[in-house]
Design a protein around this ligand. Structure first.
Ligand code: GDP
Ligand code: CA
Length: 306
């Protein structure tokens, strides 16, 4: 780990967010706090599933599946196959190792621990050195309105394979700041918005009561849209169906009021952007790319962009 003396909060969803978190964690160690979206969380077979938190924990611990970007490497599916024998139609992939996380979390929540405490235990057990905080302790549920009506997030994302056009978003729950998150925001000197889906990963975090106003400045956002496309998932399709330009500029507009500088991919140099911008190689194909992007984001601060 290289020595820096800067405390940073990184707002993150799953795959894109965890990749940048990994690069930044190697530079900052415990000076990094990753604040993770929990709007995708849901109950399944009585368990509490937190997809983005687990993606971040698995990626940061080195236990994650590098190909998929989520789930555990070398996962087996014996439990899921046994459920199928019982007549279940498994629409949500649950690996055997991953199930252990959900079982442990269920038990800890039932004992009265807050999600922040549960996550901190998992983090330490998995050997993750930076701080990982859920955006809130209270449950929040992202819902999307499609032409087929309102769907819960996982119904839309997994069961419908994010194919229906999203016309509107809603968030159930009125989460507030946990004491741990409030402290992290007070101590940090820089905010980074990871290359995550603006609508279903970053906006749910930004609507936690008291969070947006307390974000340390400057707030840098890394565009999840590169050359007019999402590298994964429905971010580009959502920009289009919600009436935004399908580009890094659209991503910036979706986050309007929440960022001071946009970090765009070098391929987007010709774009006209609604805010100050820097251009860097932002596609993280391997751990070296993650580290390099993290280093360049942090070394560019606090110089003025351009
Ligand atoms: P999810 O929670 O796993 O769906 O993922 P995120 O909320 O992190 O969002 C996925 C977004 O991350 C997509 O829009 C991708 O384009 C973006 N993304 C994933 N990997 C990268 C990367 O290496 N670089 C950039 N710039 N964006 C990425
Ligand atoms: Ca997610």
């Amino acid at each position: 780990m290289e020595a820096t003396a800067m405390k940073v909060v990184l707002l993150a969803g799953g795959v894109g967010g965890s990749r940048l978190a990994d690069g930044m964690a190697r530079l900052l160690g415990s000076d990094l706090t990753v604040v993770v979206n929990t709007g995708d969380d849901f109950d399944h077979y009585g368990l509490r599933i937190c997809p983005d938190l687990d993606t971040v924990l698995y990626t940061l611990s080195g236990l994650g599946d590098p190909e998929r970007g989520w789930g555990l490497a070398g996962e087996t599916y014996n439990c899921l196959e046994a459920l199928e024998r019982l007549g279940e139609e498994p629409w949500f992939l649950l690996g055997d190792g991953d199930l252990a996380t959900h079982l442990w979390r269920r038990q800890a929540l039932d004992r009265g621990l807050r999600l922040t405490q549960v996550t901190d235990h998992l983090r330490r057990r998995l050997g993750v050195t930076c701080r990982v905080l859920p955006m809130a302790d209270e449950p929040v549920a992202t819902r999307v309105r499609t032409d087929e009506g309102w769907l819960s997030f996982q119904d839309y994302f997994v069961r419908h394979k994010h194919q229906p056009a999203v016309r509107e978003l809603a968030f159930q729950g009125s989460p507030g700041l946990s004491p741990e998150l409030e402290q992290a925001l007070t101590e940090a000197e820089l905010t980074v918005l990871a290359p995550s889906n603006p609508f279903v990963s970053l906006l749910p975090i930004l609507r936690v009561s008291g969070l947006a106003e307390r974000l340390p400045r400057p707030r840098l956002a890394v565009s999840p849209i590169v050359a007019g496309r999402a590298l994964k998932g429905p971010a580009a399709a959502m920009l289009a169906s919600l009436g935004f330009p399908v580009s890094a500029a659209g991503a910036a507009l979706a986050l309007e009021g929440h960022l001071d500088e946009l970090i765009c991919d070098e391929q987007d140099r010709a774009l006209e952007l609604p805010c100050p911008a820097r251009f860097l190689p932002t596609v993280m194909r391997n751990p070296e790319d993650r580290l390099e992007l993290a280093r360049r984001i942090l070394e560019g601060w606090p110089e003025s962009p351009g």
